[in-house]
Design a protein around this ligand. Structure first.
Ligand SMILES: [Zn+2]
Ligand SMILES: [Zn+2]
Length: 333
């Protein structure tokens, strides 16, 4: 029997197709990924190749080393091929049916390590803490720029997650608008808040903790689970327990906790599924909604173990070929 399930926070329906369901261990990669070297002389993110990227915006580096030279631990640069850039003026052309605006925004790359073959799952905890702290610092550095409405921080790991460079890195895009999908998410959260007087995300973590079956990790600061209505096998939500609409409102202690949780969770995926490709997104409220009671920031991790096809693209309804209850059990065993 297949089952339709509703994600109360996103209002997305998904289909759990049990007949077609794979057992969790069947998602384990058959062939090993090609082993990468610790240094690749052709990689623009490897040390010594600093002149192959645009100048650095920010870096954690050893004392007495110069910007755009070796000596860094983490480096933030503008994307060489930005999806959006600051050099353009916001210039909406109105009065026409086919609307367009200049692609104004900021597109940064956070180079997470000097080592070409590392990832958040295999870096030291200290290094992951520094990466998370840089996410936070870059968010705070950009949020007061009036041109930006929403800041998205994300990480694409592996070719099927859309990355073109293997060297460990995350990206940040500051957008001059709030896209319809995010507006929809906010409207649904607001409607839930009006109906119930509580935040749908706070209620969801409460319910997941009651049901227990999909919980991966539960500590003082975060709850991690495979959502009841997961879009894809092993979809993972990392939700802070403290109600807070905006990632930028996080504090130092929570950054440390976030780093520990990310390393732990990505480490489990790395071991159990043999380093799967995945997308990781920090889902935070638009800048102006940072203090709202109805929204709640969280991290979404989507392993790329299946490919959305015509049905998903045509309907917006995802078919999940695994049971979140089973994948949660498998990953925590
Ligand atoms: Zn590299
Ligand atoms: Zn909440």
């Amino acid at each position: 029997m297949s089952e339709l399930r509703l994600n109360r926070a996103t209002k997305e329906w998904i289909i759990v197709a049990e007949e077609r369901a794979k057992r969790p261990h069947e998602f384990h990669r058959e062939e090993h990924k090609k082993k990468l070297p610790a240094f690749d002389p052709t990689c623009p993110f490897c040390p010594g190749n600093e002149n192959k990227t645009p100048p650095e915006v920010f870096a954690l580096r050893d004392k007495e080393t110069e910007p755009n030279h070796p000596g860094w631990r983490i480096r933030v640069v503008t994307n060489k091929y930005p999806a959006l850039d600051l050099e353009r003026k916001i210039n909406r052309i109105t009065g026409e049916f086919f609307k367009r605006a200049m692609g104004v925004g900021k597109h940064e790359v956070i180079i997470e390590s000097t080592q070409h073959n590392k990832s958040l799952a295999t870096l030291s905890l200290k290094q992951v803490e520094e990466v998370c702290e840089i996410y936070w610092k870059r968010y705070l550095a950009l949020k007061d720029d009036k041109r930006f409405k929403l800041i998205i921080i994300f990480r694409n790991h592996g070719i099927s997650a859309g990355t073109s460079l293997n060297h460990p890195h995350s990206q940040l895009i500051a957008l001059p608008l709030v896209p319809a999908s995010i507006r929809h998410l906010l409207e649904e959260a607001m409607r839930y808040y009006d109906d119930h007087g509580s935040c749908v995300f706070c209620d969801m973590i409460h319910q997941e903790l009651l049901h227990k079956k999909r919980i991966i990790l539960d500590n003082k600061e975060f709850v991690v689970f495979h959502p009841f209505a997961s879009r894809a096998p092993f979809e993972t939500w990392v939700v802070p327990k403290k109600h807070n609409a905006c990632f930028g409102n996080i504090n130092q202690k929570e950054i440390r906790a976030m780093a520990w949780v990310l390393k732990e969770i990505l480490g489990k995926l790395y071991v159990k599924l043999e380093d799967p490709d995945y997308n990781l997104m920090i889902r935070t409220a638009p800048i102006k909604d940072a203090q709202e009671d109805y929204y709640h920031w969280y991290i979404q991790i989507l392993p790329r173990l299946s490919t959305p096809a015509g049905f998903e693209l045509g309907s917006g309804v995802f078919i999940n070929t695994s049971l979140p209850e089973e994948t949660a059990k498998f990953i925590t065993q």
